[in-house]
Design a binder for this molecule. Structure first.
Ligand code: HEC
Ligand code: HEC
Length: 206
């Protein structure tokens, strides 16, 4: 099979918007910028490969159902296996038993870039990008950082204070109605659930 390199690639608007926002917040950090640039090249390459070779069966983006009835959407792969094993799986021509999934002639770089793309669309990665871009100006969004806004509670503290259902409600409300100094963020169902998926990791990774 051939890997098409001449397909036009269109980053979804939301993805580039998030990249820009993330980039702007760290404009002073050159190492970070170089890393982001390399990442975005990998992501674009990984996405092109997924479009050309996987998308006839798998949903390859952050949401949606697969065209193939038993092919898992890429955003759900982390429920089945650690995403960092995907590149190896492709390189070793392994595939789930008893399925029509083909194996691929694939280089190390191609496998890594597809895996990087698959990692990018996992709910927790998507949720992390969303909170960094939309909440990080005030709230601590990681495991050890401090909230830039003194009164904004670090998200990892919220998780300790509230049971998960109450937290979902607080987030849905906080996100959709806005709060002191905070612009309303009209989250989609997927964005909201991915933000919550990310917040949940802050408690399990302690
Ligand atoms: C012809 C359809 C088809 C194509 C094309 C295809 N897949 Fe699949 N893939 C499947 C099916 C079906 C499954 C689920 C098999 C099962 O029941 O476990 C699957 C499963 C997977 C899994 C999960 C494996 C596991 O052990 O949990 C990964 C990862 C995956 N595919 C990656 C890819 C990638 C990357 C591409 C493109 C380079 C691709 N697939 C192309 C049909 C396809
Ligand atoms: C401009 C600053 C700012 C931004 C941006 C911001 N917040 Fe807040 N947030 C605050 C402050 C200040 C508080 C504490 C005051 C309060 O509870 O009303 C707060 C409180 C909260 C609470 C309630 C905590 C509690 O104890 O009830 C939640 C939930 C929350 N924010 C979620 C978010 C989410 C999700 C985002 C991003 C989509 C976000 N915030 C973005 C400033 C901000």
């Amino acid at each position: 099979m051939t890997w098409s390199n001449n397909r036009r690639f269109l980053l979804p608007a939301v993805l580039s918007a998030i990249l820009c926002a993330t980039t702007a917040a760290h404009a002073q950090n050159e190492a970070y910028l170089a890393e982001q640039k390399a990442l975005s090249e990998q992501l674009q390459h990984g996405k092109r490969l997924a479009e050309a070779n996987c998308q006839q069966c798998h949903a390859i983006g952050i949401e949606g159902n697969s065209p193939h009835p038993t092919a898992p959407p890429f955003w759900s792969i982390s429920e089945r296996r650690p995403v960092d094993t995907v590149a190896r799986m492709l390189l070793n021509h392994m595939k789930p038993e008893g399925t029509d999934m083909p194996t691929f002639q694939i280089t190390e770089k191609q496998a890594t870039d597809i895996a990087t793309w698959i990692n990018w669309v996992q709910p927790t990665s998507h949720g992390k990008r969303l909170v960094e871009a939309n909440c990080g100006a005030c709230h601590a969004t990681g495991l050890t950082d401090e909230s830039p806004h003194a009164e904004a509670p670090p998200f990892r503290e919220l998780h300790k204070r509230y049971p998960i259902e109450a937290l979902e409600e607080a987030f849905a409300e906080g996100i959709e109605s806005g709060h002191p100094d905070m612009p309303v963020f009209n989250a989609t169902v997927t964005q909201l659930s991915d933000i919550l998926a990310y917040i949940a990791t802050l408690s399990t990774e302690e």
